[in-house]
Design a protein around this ligand. Structure first.
Ligand SMILES: NC(=O)c1ccc[n+]([C@@H]2O[C@H](COP(=O)([O-])OP(=O)(O)OC[C@H]3O[C@@H](n4cnc5c(N)ncnc54)[C@H](O)[C@@H]3O)[C@@H](O)[C@H]2O)c1
Length: 285
């Protein structure tokens, strides 16, 4: 199968206009593949483009994976937990996905997963951990772990992805956090990794532009996922969020996923090296 014959989603190879069926060939168009390997074929026997999403078993990652599947991508669902659950949801909705239950701290396992996926068009670096502790009490081992998952894995996955992207190019989205702008007490290691994700985005965009690989960053505000469990009083935290946002309602994971969809899609074909804030008007940069 040549790249030009591949169809079903992703950014424009050979010019955006060359991609047919961007939306029309999406949801309900891909057939369910077999387990055990990357599934790429759509009902016309043509290959869907492939997107790998890390942390896709979690709140925002799952929404991103579902949205990109709806856009027509075959999804590689990489997460240490709940990867199968996300695959099931995507398949139930008519999409195509393969689980990769991998620990991002294990570089060999990560590389094996990328080898199994093979050629890919889109990487979304989204997995993260967020232990809270007063700065002076953070053990170095915890700092190292946060960096291994939230930062080193972003760098490694980007390298493995770029090595497997086709000549027409591809797209990478790194998920950062609004906290990189305003800080957040007792979350120092996490916040440092999120600033690094935004900086890595710019360095990669600069270096990979000549290969038509676009690299952007999405910086979420406060979304109701498991991550909110770090705040002990949910009602109080909800009020706190609304006091700070311009929009007086909570954002949904789907609203975050829509921005990722835009960034990896043809309408963002001239956008690279940017950080998009998705926070209901909390931090305005
Ligand atoms: N929810 C928010 O309000 C919010 C705000 C700002 C930024 N973010 C960012 O959004 C992204 C997604 O966060 P979320 O809210 O969905 O959190 P989440 O905890 O629901 O999801 C994170 C996922 O990462 C996976 N993961 C953790 N360690 C891993 C490892 N070693 N190997 C493989 N996978 C691993 C987890 O299993 C989990 O499924 C993160 O980068 C987070 O920093 C979230």
């Amino acid at each position: 199968m040549t790249h030009s014959a591949r169809k079903g989603g992703g950014e424009g190879g050979g010019g955006v206009g060359a991609v047919s069926g961007w939306w029309g060939g999406g949801w309900g168009y891909l057939k369910t593949g077999e387990r055990g390997g990357p599934r790429r074929e759509n009902v016309k026997g043509m290959s869907a483009r492939v997107a790998l999403v890390t942390g896709a078993g979690g709140g925002l990652g799952r929404a991103i994976a579902l949205r990109l599947a709806e856009d027509g991508f075959a999804i590689a669902v990489l997460d240490i937990a709940h990867a199968e659950d996300t695959v099931e949801l995507i398949e139930r909705a008519g999409g195509t996905a393969t689980p990769y239950p991998v620990d991002l701290r294990d570089a060999t396992a990560v590389e094996d997963a990328f080898d199994a996926v093979g050629e890919l068009d889109v990487l979304v670096n989204n997995a993260a951990v967020y232990p809270t502790r007063p700065f002076v009490e953070v053990p170095l081992a915890e700092y190292d772990e946060v960096h291994a998952i939230n930062q080193r894995s972003y760098w490694l996955a980007a390298q493995l992805a770029v090595q497997r992207m086709p000549a027409r190019g591809g797209s990478i989205v790194n998920i950062a956090s609004m906290t990189m702008h305003g800080g957040w007490a007792e979350l120092t290691a996490y916040v440092a990794t999120k600033g690094a994700a935004a900086a890595l985005t710019k360095a990669l965009a600069r270096e990979l532009g000549p290969r038509e690989i676009r690299v952007n960053c999405v910086s979420p505000g406060a979304f109701p996922t498991d991550a909110e469990a770090i705040h002990p009083n949910p009602a109080e935290y909800n009020d706190f969020v609304l006091q700070h946002q311009a929009l007086q309602r909570r954002g949904t994971p789907e609203e975050l996923a829509a921005v990722v969809s835009f960034l990896v899609g043809p309408d963002a074909s001239f956008v690279t090296g940017q950080t998009i804030e998705v926070n209901g008007g909390w931090v305005m940069t």
